[in-house]
Design a protein around this ligand. Structure first.
Ligand code: SF4
Ligand code: SF4
Length: 457
């Protein structure tokens, strides 16, 4: 395990604020509640995803697919515009690895990452990293189980919890994986495992803003330690470029690359090399040689174009997906109805009366209790073959609590109008389920009403 040399600077400080902000969000969200439940809960067992004000049911997983599509497209767009901005600024792998480094420096300010660190120094740091992994894992699992549920069941049952819940097993396994990844594997994950590192080169072009070395000014490099002529003096007579070959940009790089060799797959956009070069060039009153720039600008001094074919295409697709998402979201009906004809009970004929049986399942997908009215019509053009059509339901309207599903027995009855002559034995019917508190929330279902042939009875 190699730990790169620490460097402080404007980019590092700013990334530190972003990292703290994202960490706080990650750690606080599982503790927030909404309507006496976790504000965000990804309930895999029930296949329901809870968000403030909305619960995504299994039949609405297209919302998640659209969200994933939107995130994927935004990754494409931002990578095309700004390179691997995700890796350096928002990826959990980078954020937690740097958080681990911060803990190491906090515990051992003078020894962390140094060759002079003794074995017991390393053991202390790794012990804290294991505790931190457990802390991160607790919050990670809380997104799927809920913090209160986890604490409550743990304090109620103690170690017996391993017999009643599965999350403690996940807790141990994920803690071990987090520790191995963030404490041992670290940036090797970005270099050897992460698929995004592999396909990012397809998304980049010569106008993407990446971390680049200014070879125009920097080359040819001097020998290490060779003096540099101050800015504004005899610069034109210089045989050498500005790079002092101090190698600081390489020493601070967590993936161990030399950015002067050009953009590489292993660069995670952390900006440490910029801070290093700003410091080194600052000693000579010169501007940094490593900075955010496009390949077109750093190689040919061509101004960077932000509006390009691929950025237009990605933006258009994002706008389209966002519009579809919002449209579906605002026209979402928080009722789910399934209507099933009971084929096991024969439609009864008694003195020309026919009875058909159905089961309706109504799900209240809203956040408050509701009452639902069930209505049935014959919508068939031959509806006049049935007289005195009526609907019999035990409970109507039906009261249903939020996130609850209720089954209702529905019996439809009618008198056959001269059954000897009728040719139409299957009539189309329509059942509506309407939220009484919010009549615009109404769901229609179609089914069939059967008239048995009296000869075959
Ligand atoms: S070259 Fe290294 S230090 Fe510079 S941004 Fe890339 S990963 Fe970070
Ligand atoms: S930090 Fe700057 S000056 Fe030093 S080697 Fe890297 S590019 Fe050259």
């Amino acid at each position: 395990m190699i730990i790169a040399r620490h460097i402080s600077g404007k980019i590092g400080n700013f990334r530190g604020y972003v990292r703290t902000f994202l960490l706080v969000i990650y750690l606080v969200i599982p503790w927030l509640t909404w309507n006496q439940r976790p504000a965000i809960l990804l309930d895999i067992a029930d296949r329901k995803f809870y968000f403030p004000g909305i619960v995504i049911w299994p039949q609405e997983f297209y919302f998640l697919l659209l969200l994933i599509l939107l995130l994927g497209l935004s990754l494409f767009l931002f990578t095309t515009l700004f390179g691997r901005i995700w890796c350096g600024w928002a990826c959990p792998q980078t954020i937690y690895t740097e958080f681990f480094d911060w803990i190491g420096r906090l515990i051992l300010p003078k020894k962390f990452g140094k060759r002079s660190a003794k074995l017991y120094h390393k053991i202390i740091v790794h012990a804290f990293w294991i505790l931190t992994s457990a802390f991160i894992t607790f919050h990670f699992i809380a997104y799927f189980v809920g913090t209160r549920e986890m604490l409550h069941s743990f304090f109620e049952e103690g170690l017996k919890i391993t017999q009643t819940s599965v999350w403690p097993y996940f807790f141990i396994i994920i803690t071990a994986l987090f520790y191995l990844d963030l404490g041992i594997f670290r940036e090797h994950f970005c270099i050897y495992v992460c698929p995004y590192a592999r396909f990012q080169s397809v998304m980049l072009d010569r106008d993407s803003i990446v971390i680049a070395y200014d070879s125009h000014r920097g080359e040819p490099r001097r020998q290490s330690g060779q003096n540099i002529i101050k800015a504004g003096s005899l610069a034109k007579q210089e045989k050498h470029g500005d790079c002092t070959a101090c190698n600081m940009c390489v020493l601070v790089c967590p993936t161990g690359i030399d950015i002067r060799e050009g953009l590489q797959v292993s660069c995670i956009n952390c900006g440490h090399c910029i801070d290093a070069c700003v410091k080194e060039m600052g000693k000579h009153s010169k501007e940094t040689l490593v900075g955010f720039s496009s390949t077109n600008y750093s190689e040919n001094r061509t101004p960077t174009k932000f509006i390009r074919t691929r950025t237009i295409v990605y933006s258009a697709l994002m706008t389209l997906v966002t519009a579809v998402f919002l449209l579906l979201f605002f026209y979402r009906t928080p009722i789910n109805v399934s209507l099933q004809r009971d084929r096991n009970i024969q439609p009864l004929i008694a003195a020309g009366t026919v009875q058909n049986y159905y089961e309706i399942k109504i799900a209240n997908m809203g956040e408050s209790p509701s009452k639902y009215r069930i209505n049935t019509d014959i919508i068939d053009e031959h509806k006049d073959v049935i007289l005195n059509f009526e609907q019999l339901t035990g409970e109507n309207p039906v009261s249903i609590m939020p996130n609850e599903i209720k089954s209702v027995r529905l019996i439809l009855r009618g008198k056959v109008n001269n059954s000897e002559k009728i040719h139409y034995r299957l009539l189309d019917i329509r059942v509506s389920v309407e939220d009484i508190n919010n009549p615009s929330d109404i769901v229609f279902k179609k089914s069939l009403f059967t008239i048995p042939d009296e000869k075959n009875k």
